[in-house]
Design a protein around this ligand. Structure first.
Ligand SMILES: [Zn+2]
Length: 374
């Protein structure tokens, strides 16, 4: 049924590829489909698989990241390799997915559209990749529940904690095959999107686009991305219909305003006109979880550069989202805000990077308000 859409897209993308003259981009597209690694299914247990390790690396300097994180992490187009993998621009994954689709079409001209879709899904969502994502999702879930559980009762009451934790535990990570799982979103197999969706019957799911699996291999990036989506299940906008008042959320959101991450208009409008607050919250939560992933990995890093690269890769894909931000700039913070004010300003991120600035003098928002006002 979606064959015309795919084939049209294959031709458009491949035609535009031919026009791209940027050498850096051209090299992204050279990779052989056979060479796609299987993700890092043992990242959590510590066995590192990195097939890209021998490629020449761009290595961001920690002291520059401490001063100008966004520019240092995002300005160069180079791909950064951390011990668990790299993060390539979104288009790279989409092109790989489309090429794969085209290859299957050529190999099996007699196949029905459904058969081609099934084959595409089998080749992208391999058992290893699925296992890695399921492990990562399970790990994030535990960390997120623990984060909520350990908040002081004055900022999140016992009853509210139960509601939030139930919502976290209710999330299902839906990964094909079968193809029918994403029946209402067939394009997702060739897209970079990872998203959270709540259904009227109370079911909540996380879905992962096929292209994302091909472009983002860094475990740290997967932790941030999936944690961001899972956080939507408990974000202030998503739970606004539940008539629960969470003091910790109010303190956090007010702090975003004080820190000029949120404008007065946005603060007053709350969740009525956009999901901006929900997006900020999810970036903030994802940061808390990613910090734990980085800390857990600290004993395994061989040197400071590996740490620095992993920190950057956690949010590297956010650098590339400027284009897509234009269409919904009212609901997503700017990449610089997401990367710098929410992620890199986190005091633990600063410590991991070894930033020299007196960390106790920095303000960072928490459920208890600004860190310095505790
Ligand atoms: Zn979001």
């Amino acid at each position: 049924m979606h064959l015309p859409k795919y084939t049209a897209r294959v031709s458009i993308v491949l035609a535009s590829l031919a026009l791209i003259s940027n050498v850096g981009y051209q090299q992204f597209f050279k990779s052989d489909l056979q060479g796609i690694d299987e993700g890092n299914s043992r990242a959590i247990t510590g066995v590192v698989i990195d097939s890209e390790k021998n490629k020449e690396n761009y290595e961001p300097v920690a002291s520059l990241l401490c001063e100008h994180f966004y520019q240092t992490a995002c300005a160069p187009k180079e791909i950064i390799h951390d011990p668990t993998g790299s993060v390539q621009p979104d288009i790279k994954g989409e092109v790989e997915a489309l090429r794969l689709y085209e290859t299957i079409l050529h190999e099996h001209p007699d196949w029905s559209n459904e058969q081609i879709d099934e084959e595409l899904v089998h080749r992208i969502y391999t058992p290893k990749r699925k296992l890695m994502l399921l492990e990562t999702y399970g790990w994030i879930k535990k960390r997120m529940v623990h984060l909520i559980e350990t908040q002081p009762n004055q900022v999140i009451s016992k009853d509210t904690k139960k509601v939030l934790i139930a919502r976290i535990n209710n999330i299902v990570l839906e990964l094909p095959p079968p193809v029918s799982l994403y029946a209402n979103e067939p394009d997702l197999f060739t897209k970079n999107d990872v998203y959270y969706e709540g259904f009227p019957d109370g079911k909540t799911v996380i879905r992962v686009g096929g292209a994302y699996l091909l472009s983002a291999k860094s475990w740290f990036n997967r932790v941030f991305t999936i944690a961001h989506e899972m956080s939507h299940a408990i974000d202030p906008c998503e739970i606004s219909g539940q008539a629960i008042l969470v003091l910790g959320y109010e303190k956090l959101v007010n702090c975003f305003y004080e820190e000029k991450v949120l404008s007065l208009t946005q603060l007053k409008e709350g969740c009525t006109k956009s999901n901006f607050i929900g997006e900020l919250f999810s970036d903030w939560m994802a940061t808390q979880i990613t910090v734990q992933a980085l800390q857990m990995y600290l004993p395994k890093f061989k040197n400071q550069q590996e740490i620095t690269n992993s920190v950057v890769n956690s949010v590297k894909d956010l650098c590339y989202q400027e284009g897509s931000q234009l269409s919904n700039s009212d609901s997503h913070p700017e990449p610089r805000t997401r990367i710098e004010k929410i992620f890199s300003k986190n005091t633990e991120v600063q410590k991991i990077l070894g930033c020299k600035k007196k960390i106790e003098k920095m303000d960072y928002c928490t459920f208890e308000g600004k860190t310095n006002e505790r």
